[in-house]
Structure formats: structure tokens, C-alpha cells
Design a protein around this ligand. Structure first.
Ligand SMILES: Nc1ncnc2c1ncn2[C@@H]1O[C@H](COP(=O)(O)OP(=O)(O)OP(=O)(O)O)[C@@H](O)[C@H]1O
Ligand SMILES: [Mg+2]
Length: 213
């Protein structure tokens, strides 16, 4: 087995990287061996979430580790890639050497974006970073994932349409809507949307893996 390596990255803070990463890990771990790497020092919010689950003895089938340098990340991936189906990496909201290393090691970068003009302003610079990384890492696919989408809001629809015309990076068909359940489930730790009883729609949203190539 050679792990598919997916990172969740965006230069902007608070766009939903860790929430998405946790939910994807839980969903994928239902039928795969998943390793999570928290690359967001010093806040390490994915680790805090994982600790809450662990303290409550939630059977996760997930393993979590941390990396704070590019060398550490490379060594963790090297040691583990033969033992896992997926390695998911949560990144920091800045462009750091560690974020660059994530992009150089991954097969897919998922970029959460909220459909508002303010979020899009900072995106073009990050897009430039991804194209640079793709020159060195020919295996790197990139996909936008629209997050905190409010249905039937005209301005959101316009931002998504404009981005799809102007950006070289395509968006996944699945969109994550704005829901309190995402906030609650991340903070509570034990159950992610896939595991909540009331989660039919949410679980479907998070099954984003029409994996790109
Ligand atoms: N789809 C969603 N609906 C509602 N709230 C959401 C959604 N996705 C994320 N959030 C909320 O947005 C906030 C930021 O999310 P999160 O911590 O995952 O972002 P982040 O990009 O990892 O932040 P940072 O850059 O600080 O690491 C949290 O309060 C989270 O619960
Ligand atoms: Mg985060």
C-alpha cells in the first residue's frame, strides 16, 4: 500500500481547514487506514480535537502525529506511507517553509474557500504558490472546496461563478454548507458529522472524494 497524501491548505486563517480535515479523516477512516499530521504549530487545533476524542475513548481507527518542520514532515511521511491508505495533513494559515513542504509532498491539496469577495482577494497569491509547487511536484493536484456556502444567496453564487471562470484551479462538485453542526461537532471532539445520528445530509457533503487523478 502507498498512501494517498492530501493536504488542506490556505494562506488565510479561519477558513475551515482543520474542521474539514477532521471530518475527512473520520469519514475516510470508516474503511481506510488514515494518518493525520497536524502541521499548524503552535496552535495545533487538530491535535486538541483528537485529544478530546481520545480522552473520551472514542474508537477512531485514526492515528495523529505532529510536524513542526519540513524535515520532520518528510521523515514522518517516509516512515508511514507504506502502512496507510491516506495521510491527511492540516496546514497553518501562513505561507511558511512547512506549508511549502506540504505542497511538495502531497498528491492533492484541498483549498477551503468561503464564497465571499473578501476571501477571494487573498486567494490569487496562494494560487501562485500552488502553481510554483506544481513545477516541482508534478503529482500535485489542487481543488477548491467551497465551504460555509449559504444556499440561494446571489452574491455567493456570483463569487463562485467568477472564480470558476478566472481560476486555473477547479472546484470540487461537493460544497460544504454553513451549518452550526460543523462548529459543534469539531468543538465537541467525539463525533464528527459522519458519526452524528442526524447527519445524513452533512455526511454526504463531506464525502468529497471524487479524488482527482
Ligand atoms: N461549514 C461550516 N459551517 C459553519 N462553521 C464552520 C464551517 N467550517 C468551519 N466552521 C467554523 O469556522 C471556524 C474556523 O474553522 P477552522 O478552525 O476549521 O478553520 P482553520 O482554517 O483551520 O483556522 P486556522 O487558520 O486558525 O487554523 C470554526 O469556528 C469552525 O467551527
Ligand atoms: Mg486550523
Amino acid at each position: 500500500m502507498t498512501a494517498k497524501i492530501v493536504c488542506v491548505a490556505q494562506a488565510k486563517g479561519g477558513v475551515g481547514k482543520s474542521t474539514l480535515c477532521a471530518n475527512l479523516c473520520v469519514t475516510l477512516s470508516q474503511s481506510n487506514k488514515v494518518l493525520m499530521i497536524d502541521c499548524d504549530p503552535p496552535q495545533y487545533s487538530l491535535s486538541a480535537w483528537y485529544q478530546v476524542r481520545d480522552d473520551l475513548y472514542v474508537e477512531t481507527g485514526l492515528t495523529l502525529t505532529r510536524a513542526s518542520t519540513a524535515a520532520q514532515l518528510a521523515s514522518i511521511i517516509d516512515k508511514n506511507k507504506a502502512d496507510y491508505d491516506y495521510i491527511l495533513i492540516d496546514g497553518a494559515p501562513h505561507v511558511t517553509p512547512l506549508v511549502r513542504a506540504m505542497l511538495l509532498q502531497s498528491h492533492l491539496v484541498l483549498i477551503p474557500l468561503a464564497p465571499s469577495s473578501v476571501e477571494i482577494w487573498s486567494f490569487s497569491e496562494f494560487e501562485g504558490l500552488i502553481s510554483k509547487a506544481q513545477k516541482f511536484n508534478k503529482n500535485l493536484n489542487a481543488r477548491i472546496i467551497w465551504n460555509r456556502v449559504r444556499r440561494r444567496v446571489k452574491s455567493s453564487e456570483e463569487v463562485m461563478q467568477k472564480t470558476s471562470k478566472e481560476s486555473k484551479i477547479a472546484a470540487l462538485k461537493n460544497q460544504i454548507t454553513f451549518r452550526v453542526a460543523y462548529m459543534d461537532s469539531f468543538a465537541e471532539g467525539p463525533q464528527q458529522v459522519y458519526e452524528r445520528n442526524d447527519s445524513g445530509t452533512l455526511a454526504r457533503e463531506i464525502l468529497v472524494f471524487e479524488f482527482c487523478g
